[in-house]
Design a protein around this ligand. Structure first.
Ligand SMILES: NC(=O)c1ccc[n+]([C@@H]2O[C@H](COP(=O)([O-])OP(=O)(O)OC[C@H]3O[C@@H](n4cnc5c(N)ncnc54)[C@H](O)[C@@H]3O)[C@@H](O)[C@H]2O)c1
Length: 349
């Protein structure tokens, strides 16, 4: 006997890498980044209604595999993501991801998707959202240190959301800088490749560090950082993996996503618990000020939090309605009689 065809209840919309790329091109990447920024900001604005937990991390010698769950009581989402800095030397990516949304009322999944591209988009949108509140107004120049997989997304989000028109690039590997410069040709950004971090941050209002190395690295030292800039530190996101010299933190006002996770993974793992931090959602809701004056150094100690992925999944779910940017996956077993799972298996013999 042949297996019965799966019913509609068995089907879960699935967005493949190919469809994600088609969707981004269909909408336009800057539009996606700007809309994602707004949606992440909306979800930060209702921060207290989310179920929150530090991500569940499984560390190994060469990297980490993490699960990032959250729920707003109506929808539940999680992302699977890895971070393996040595991967690129073997032709693999440092970060790959996929994720899922489910209906809280039934527990049934409602979306499964690639999230490697979506993570790059949401990380860039989160940076832009933070910079919108923290960066000096009217700044046109950003420095992008670390020119790997995330770099172009970061630059384009700062352009789309914060009005950056120039990006100064630096990476220890000049081929990464060449790649990023090539990819940003025609983007409308003036691209200036640099030969050191010091050179890259000259005149920059926003400095983004997005390097990958499993160690306490010092991408920026205190003497390099002048007053009035906004630092967006993305690459320090694991125990024992940071990018900034501690002295920078002592001079900066530090903004974080979810403190119980950031204390473990962020730049602030270098500080003791008396070090003052501000939760970014409180800036978004207007409870505390973002940038207060022109000389203040602001630091967004980004590690990546589950609510940002939830927002990205929510965005994607809305965007694919009525389109062909997804396939239906026969993912949920759906017997005619819900208690006759075994019978369904038997009948498929
Ligand atoms: N905060 C978040 O939400 C978030 C999200 C995604 C990725 N990340 C982190 O961002 C980092 C970058 O991710 P990616 O996917 O672009 O990785 P990638 O491996 O593609 O790129 C990293 C780049 O950093 C460069 N680099 C390493 N050490 C450097 C140094 N000392 N100075 C200058 N450049 C240096 C490498 O040559 C490489 O080009 C990773 O550490 C990743 O874990 C954070």
């Amino acid at each position: 006997m042949t297996a019965p065809l799966p019913s509609q209840k068995a089907m879960v919309p699935f967005v493949s890498v190919e469809n994600m790329m088609r969707l981004v091109h269909h909408l336009g990447i800057e539009r996606v980044l700007a809309e994602l920024t707004d949606l992440i900001e909306e979800d930060f604005g209702r921060w207290e209604s989310f179920d929150k937990t530090p991500r569940v991390a499984s560390h190994s010698r060469d990297g980490v595999i993490e699960l990032m769950p959250t729920s707003d009581g109506t929808i539940y989402g999680f992302k699977y993501v890895n971070g393996h800095p040595k991967n690129t030397a073997e032709g693999l990516q440092t970060v790959t991801a996929f994720g899922l949304l489910a209906d809280v009322a039934t527990g049934y999944p409602v979306l499964l998707t690639e999230m490697t591209l979506l993570t790059a988009l949401r990380t860039a949108a989160t940076s832009a959202m933070a910079a919108r509140h923290l960066a000096p107004k009217g700044g046109k120049v950003m420095a992008m240190i670390g020119n790997g997989a995330q770099a172009e997304f970061q630059a384009l989000a700062m352009k789309a959301v914060c009005g950056i028109d120039t990006v100064r690039l630096y990476d220890i590997d000049p081929r990464a800088t060449q790649k990023t410069a090539r990819n940003l040709e025609g983007s409308g950004l003036t691209v200036i490749p640099c030969t050191s971090s010091q050179q890259a941050i000259e005149g920059a209002a926003i400095v983004t560090t997005c390097t990958a190395d499993k160690q306490f690295a010092t991408i920026l030292t205190d003497n390099m950082v002048g007053p009035g800039i906004h630092i967006n530190a993305i690459g320090g996101d694991c125990p024992g993996k940071t990018e900034l010299h501690k002295d920078i933190l002592l001079r900066a006002d530090c903004f974080v996503e979810y403190p119980p996770q950031t204390w473990i993974e962020g730049e602030i793992q270098q500080m003791d618990r008396s070090y003052p931090i501000t939760e970014l959602w409180q800036v978004v809701t207007g409870q505390v000020p973002g940038r207060r004056d022109e000389r203040q150094i602001t630091l967004f100690d980004s590690v990546g939090f589950a609510i940002e992925d939830f927002s990205a999944l929510r965005y994607l779910r809305n965007q694919i309605v009525g389109t062909d940017f997804y396939q239906e996956l026969d993912m949920i077993a759906d017997p005619d009689d819900p208690r006759d799972l075994f019978g369904m298996l038997q009948r498929a013999r």
